[in-house]
Each structure stands twice: as structure tokens, then as C-alpha cells.
Ligand binder design. Structure first.
Ligand code: ADP
Length: 500
């Protein structure tokens, strides 16, 4: 925020008034002159000026007692420095109070007093940062300046106010005494009542002058507040340069931490990947060697079996490479999603249609779709059609893979409020409670699935979650070991008119 952006007390900012002709200009001048009399904040400003007296007195005690004790007596006992730091702290809190008062009463908009870039909660670095902060010393200087300035302003306003009140009260007091005094009273003559025709106008003039002083004081008080806002902005807050630097520094720290995390993730990814591809490569190599080994020629049946293993493992490795490419694109921010309103039930139907025969043939698992009734409003969500298909394929394939023979995997689509819900449920092995929180981590597989010969590399759910979140959706799992699991994807509902 630049200085010019800082909006503070909105005083005296009525420049560039249009000229409405001499008459109106004069009337406007008079209104401007009288305006503070009708502005409650001007009276608040007057109180603010009077409050300078106790504050100046407080600063006098703080600086006087604080400095003399720090530099004289206590210095001798070696605790002068901590005592002085205490004085600085008190000065700091006193100006915090001043800032709050200005912000509360007059809307001072100030920069913070510290940038908080130490980032440490230990007392020693915080103390050092406090002493290194120029605002600490400026605050102390402020308390110094406030002793003469505060007394001068406060006492000036107090005297002016007393004078003005006396002058305004004079004609009323005169009239009161005139009502009770009789000719011949000593007071009667002393007050010049005999010649009241001449005295009263003079006193009315005095009263008017008193009122003029009050209005002048209100104007002055507003000026004092403007002056204090300027003082607070220059002395009681960090500079714009400091603020910019701190913002840049914290951005660097955040960026550094992000880069470090990302580097750690990448290292972990490489380690996991190396670990995971070992087994299929060893298997491929073993079977290929067996085929090439000239010693015992394998039968035709054996050759076919070996080649099938090689083919299956090669396919798995190919799928892993595809998954890794998705992960890498996501990391590099290159995963472009084409979000548009899509008909979710249609996609779910296609996935079920594509996988149902395989589920039945390979695993004797029944795959069913529970889609909205024909004629019901279509379930349309903001999504990337291909990526959503990929997510559902992952979930349904898992359902099929982790459900024993005779089980059922269902895909249900529902609309609930502003969300479209897709639930993939199975009657399979289920997932143990301790595995549930980690199930979406990269390369995480439960012991149950590790012990199986087939299966993925534990990237499917991690990728699915990344994709769903990139579509501004959520994915969650509920599972009961031995009974089955239910994965629920929720996407933002979209208006059905523009379905892709
Ligand atoms: P994978 O490729 O190994 O299936 P995923 O990321 O898709 O990897 O899944 C991670 C792990 O979560 C699986 O290894 C498996 O242990 C468990 N899992 C996923 N879906 C199911 C399910 N429907 N039922 C039981 N366990 C599941």
C-alpha cells in the first residue's frame, strides 16, 4: 500500500469545488467554516487534543523516570540495559494504544509496526528483531516529541476552550445578574446596569467572539488529528519499502518450502518407482531367459504361458508409464482440463458397458449401473469428460479387482443440491480403518493387495483424487473390512442446456 493509498481521517479533502457564482461561493465558504460545529468527529477531535495532556504527562514520566533510572542508579548494578529495553517495550505498547485510538476514532489506516519475518517464537530472536526494528526507536522518539507537543496542544486547547466558554457565558451571566440586581445595589452600578443599553451589545459581541473561538478550536482540532495521522504514519509503522521487502521475503520462504516439498516428493517418487518396477522387470527377464535358455527346450504350452506373463507384465509397465506421465504433467502444472457441463450418467453408463463383460469373464463379478430414471432431470456436472471417464475406470477396475467371485460392483449417479454424486460401491474385501487415511497416497497399497500377484502400483487413487480436485470436486471413501467399500465422487452441478 502506498502512502497515497492510505485513507485516513477524511479532513480537509474538499479541493476543486466548482464555482457557482459569487453568492453561492460565499455561502459555501460560510457553510465550510461552520461545518465542524455540526460534525461529531470535530468534537471527538477536541477531546483527542485534551487527551494529549495526560498522555504527555505519561510520556514525561516514562521518559524521565525510565531514562534516569536506566542511566544512573541501576546502570551501576548492571541491569540498566534490560531496564532500558523494558522502557522501550512500554513506549511500544503506549504507541500501540495511540494507533488503536486513532484507528478507532478517526479511521487512521496505518502500516503495521513490525513485519514479523523472524518467524521464530523463541524470545531471543524476537527481542533482537524488536531492537533492530526502526519502528521501536521511532516509537521511543515519538514519546519524546509528545512531551512538548502534547502539552502545547492540550494546554493550548484547554486555555482556548476555557476562554471561549467564559466569553459565551458572559452575556447570560450578565442577564442573570441584571434580573436579580436592584438599582442602588453596589452590584448594580458595578455591573454598569445603569447603562445596560450600551453594555449588552458589547457583551453579545464578546459571546459571539467566544463562539467564533470554539469554531476556530474545532477547526484546529481537526488539523491536529490530521497532523497526528501524518505523524503516526511516518513514525509508528514500518515503511512501505520494509513492507514490500517483508512481503517478498515471505513469498520467497513459501516458495522455497514448496520447492523443497516438491523436491522431496520427486525423490520419493523415483525411489518408489524404482522399487515398484523391479518385480515386473525381474519377472519379464526370468521368463524371457527361460525361453531363450537352450538347455531344456520349453513345451509349446510353457512357451505360451511364459509369453502371457511377459505380455501381462509389459502391459502393467506400460500402464505405469501412462500413470507417471499424468503425475508428472500434474506436477509441472501441464495437466490441462477441459471443464464443461457433462452428462455424468452417460459416462457412468459407458464405463459400466465397457467393463461389465470383462468383470464377468475374468472375475465372475456383476457390474451394475444405477442411473437416474429415464425422464428424470439429467445429472450434469462441470467436468472434463475424458478425465472423469479415467477416474470412473480406475474406481470400477479397483472394485472388480478387490471383489471376490460372485460379488457385485455398482455405479450410482445422483444429484443432491448443487452437487452431482457418483458412488462406486462393491461387496469386496473392504479396507482396514488404518489404511483408509493413506489410500489416496501415491504408491500406497494395502498389504492385502500387495500380497496379490496382479494389481496396479498404487497410483490409481492418487491420480483420481488429483483429477477430481482439479475439477473442483471431492472424492471420499467409506469401507467395512469384509463387507465392501464405497468411493463417492462429488462434482459441481451445471446447467444441463449446454451439455457437451
Ligand atoms: P492400485 O493400482 O494398487 O489399485 P490404487 O491407488 O487404485 O492402486 O489403490 C490403492 C490401494 O487401495 C490398492 O492397492 C488397494 O489396496 C486399495 N483399494 C483400492 N480400491 C479398493 C477397493 N475397492 N476395495 C479394497 N481395496 C481397495
Amino acid at each position: 500500500m502506498r502512502d497515497s493509498d492510505v485513507t485516513g481521517a477524511p479532513y480537509f479533502r474538499h479541493k476543486g469545488q466548482p464555482n457557482f457564482g459569487a453568492e453561492t461561493a460565499k455561502a459555501k465558504k460560510v457553510t465550510a467554516l461552520l461545518r465542524p460545529a455540526f460534525d461529531p468527529r470535530a468534537y471527538l477531535a477536541l477531546i483527542y487534543c485534551l487527551a494529549r495532556i495526560p498522555l504527555a504527562f505519561f510520556y514525561l514520566v516514562l521518559v524521565g523516570v525510565g531514562l534516569s533510572l536506566s542511566f544512573s542508579l541501576i546502570w551501576a548494578f548492571g541491569i540498566g540495559v534490560p531496564f532500558f529495553v523494558g522502557v522501550l517495550l512500554v513506549a511500544w505498547w503506549a504507541v500501540v494504544f495511540e494507533r488503536e485510538l486513532g484507528a478507532w476514532w478517526f479511521g487512521f489506516n496505518l502500516r503495521p509496526m513490525a513485519t514479523g519475518v523472524t518467524g521464530s517464537s523463541a524470545w531471543w530472536p524476537r527481542l533482537l528483531a524488536f531492537l533492530r526494528n526502526p519502528v521501536t526507536w521511532k516509537s521511543f522518539a515519538y514519546t519524546f516529541i509528545q512531551i512538548p507537543v502534547g502539552f502545547a496542544i492540550g494546554i493550548g486547547v484547554l486555555v482556548g476552550l476555557a476562554l471561549a466558554i467564559g466569553m459565551v457565558a458572559a452575556p447570560f451571566l450578565y442577564l442573570l445578574s441584571a434580573a436579580s440586581a436592584q438599582p442602588g445595589d453596589p452590584a448594580y452600578n458595578a455591573l454598569g446596569m445603569g447603562d445596560s443599553a450600551a453594555t449588552l451589545p458589547v457583551l453579545v459581541l464578546v459571546g459571539a467572539l467566544g463562539l467564533a473561538i470554539v469554531i476556530g478550536l474545532l477547526h484546529a482540532a481537526r488539523l491536529v488529528v490530521t497532523f497526528y495521522e501524518f505523524l503516526a504514519r511516518t513514525m509508528l509503522g514500518v515503511s512501505q519499502a520494509q513492507l514490500d521487502l517483508a512481503t517478498a521475503q515471505s513469498a520467497v520462504v513459501v516458495e522455497y518450502q514448496r520447492a523443497e516439498r516438491s523436491e522431496q516428493d520427486r525423490r520419493q517418487l523415483v525411489v518408489n518407482m524404482g522399487h515398484e518396477i523391479r518385480t515386473p522387470i525381474a519377472s519379464i527377464r526370468g521368463h524371457a531367459e527361460a525361453l531363450l535358455d537352450g538347455s531344456g527346450k520349453p513345451s509349446q504350452e510353457e512357451t505360451k504361458r511364459y509369453l502371457e506373463v511377459i505380455q501381462r507384465e509389459t502391459e502393467r509397465l506400460g500402464a505405469l508409464v501412462d500413470d507417471l506421465l499424468v503425475v508428472a504433467r500434474g506436477e509441472a502444472g501441464e495437466l490441462r482440463l477441459d471443464l464443461r457441463p457433462v452428462e455424468v450418467a452417460a459416462i457412468a453408463g459407458e464405463v459400466v458397458e465397457a467393463l461389465a463383460p470383462i468383470a464377468q469373464r475374468d472375475r465372475k463379478v456383476k457390474l451394475v449401473a444405477q442411473l437416474p430414471e429415464p425422464g428424470a432431470p439429467p445429472a450434469t456436472a462441470w467436468a472434463d469428460r475424458d478425465r472423469l471417464t479415467q477416474v470412473l475406470m480406475n474406481l470400477v477396475r479397483n472394485g472388480i479387482a478387490y471383489t471376490p467371485e460372485g460379488g457385485i460392483v455398482s455405479v450410482a449417479v445422483n444429484t443432491s443440491g448443487d452437487r452431482v454424486e457418483i458412488a462406486v460401491a462393491d461387496t469386496g474385501l473392504g479396507i482396514a480403518a488404518e489404511d483408509l487415511p493413506r489410500i489416496f497416497d501415491r504408491f500406497y497399497r494395502t498389504d492385502e493387495s500387495r500380497s496379490r500377484a496382479t494389481g496396479g502400483f498404487g497410483l490409481g487413487l492418487a491420480i483420481s483424487r488429483d483429477l477430481v480436485e482439479a475439477m473442483a470436486g471431492t472424492i471420499e471413501v467409506a469401507s467395512e473390512p469384509g463387507l465392501g467399500s464405497r468411493f463417492t465422487v462429488r462434482l459441481r452441478a451445471a446447467q444441463p442446456e449446454v451439455v457437451s
